[in-house]
Design a protein around this ligand. Sequence first.
Ligand SMILES: *Cc1c(COP(=O)(O)O)cnc(C)c1O
Length: 458
Amino acid sequence: MENDIALFSELCNELFEQEKKQPVAKLIPSSELYKKLDLSLNAEGLVDEQLKESLRQIIKYTPKTASKSFFNQLFGGRLNKATLGDLLAVMLNNSMYTYKVAGPQVGVEKQIIKNICQLAGYNPESDGTFAPGGSMTNMMALIMARDYKNESVRATGITKPMTLYTSIESHYSLSKNAAMTGIGRNQVRFVHTNEKGQMSATHLEELIISDIKEGYEPFFVNATAGTTVLGAFDNIEEISKVCKSHNLWLHVDGAYCGSVIFSEKYKHLVRGLEHSDSFSVNAHKMLGTPLSCSIIVTQHKEQLHHSFSNEADYLYQTDGDEFNLGKTSIQCGRRNDALKFWTLWKSVGTNGLEKIVDKQFKMADIARNYIKNHEDYTLYSFEESISVCFNYKNIPAKELCTALYENSELMVGFGKFKNQEFVRMVTINSLLDEASIFSFFETLEAFASRKMLKITTT
Ligand SMILES: *Cc1c(COP(=O)(O)O)cnc(C)c1O
């Protein structure tokens, strides 16, 4: 093992060098991947020197998500203490299902959940768990809501069509989860949004009332704290009133920006969160922990057990349900996603997490101001969002982003809101600073003037 740790260290040093020298890895077109790299698996293994060379090649061409040129996704950067925690989790290799196998790691996970529940303003009896990503935590919310409405579903399956409500700007996992949980895609109602991408509580209620009339059973409303494209926050307070009056489970999908609960300055964006039934947040997005780290908490602790526990005498042999986390998780064997977040949190404190969150909003402000002050740009996104959406000189966003990627200039994506397509720059890497933001625009402008003018349309 010592040799491989040394090798790991050596490869990491090379990676750090490359992140600086070639922050956007040279693209291998997918059609040439197997020609360019030897990824074959063969009867005979490689000796260490060859293996090292093989790994170096793969690392070299792998997109560098921690580099200063990566603005493409809702994660990015590398917070070293979180990475340290994750490396330790790999070395320890526990499975989180029982106290017997995970020991103190169970406490690590429970402590995070307890603190998140407090920050969300949830009742002291609340509980939660970790799942492999926000799509999964959203699915867990949906399952709990389904079973909460109709306990017999777990045994009989769905007998009467149940409807759920989410905005057209919400994450695609809502539909996918409806398909996977037996609710059905046709029972997903897409609520209109206002000009800022926030769900309309009025339209929500109209849809609910009309479904009840038609004999459907409404059961679940999803509000989004940070929509995937614009980073818009639904008005939880208003939506929760509609939910209360129709007795519907309210889930808040905070995968992207639920971490504003850590910020005095921005937690008003999730005002009313304490009225929700469940809340999910991805620490691998705004809190910069390695993928994946998604947490769901609920004020209905018993529902977590009802929906996800199963007797298994071969597994649960000591310590009771409270410390046997397999009783509330979707998986059986489960990776330790808690230690990385705990290590980060422990090292920087809650105040440090607040700074991480605030920094991203500050950088978004800097980017938006830049855009507003330069007339070649058009801005589409709003204040208090870390998605900065814009177009430059009327160059089609898709072509600009793809050309920047193919020429190893910048990693940035595009999105769409109400038929308008634009570049979406995400300022989620809290290690970046003002200079990195300016450098992004400089690179984009220099590139556009060199390469793009010929495809400019008006
Ligand atoms: C990213 C995201 C998800 C999905 O989370 P994964 O961890 O990628 O599965 C769900 N909802 C929103 C709003 C998101 O931004």
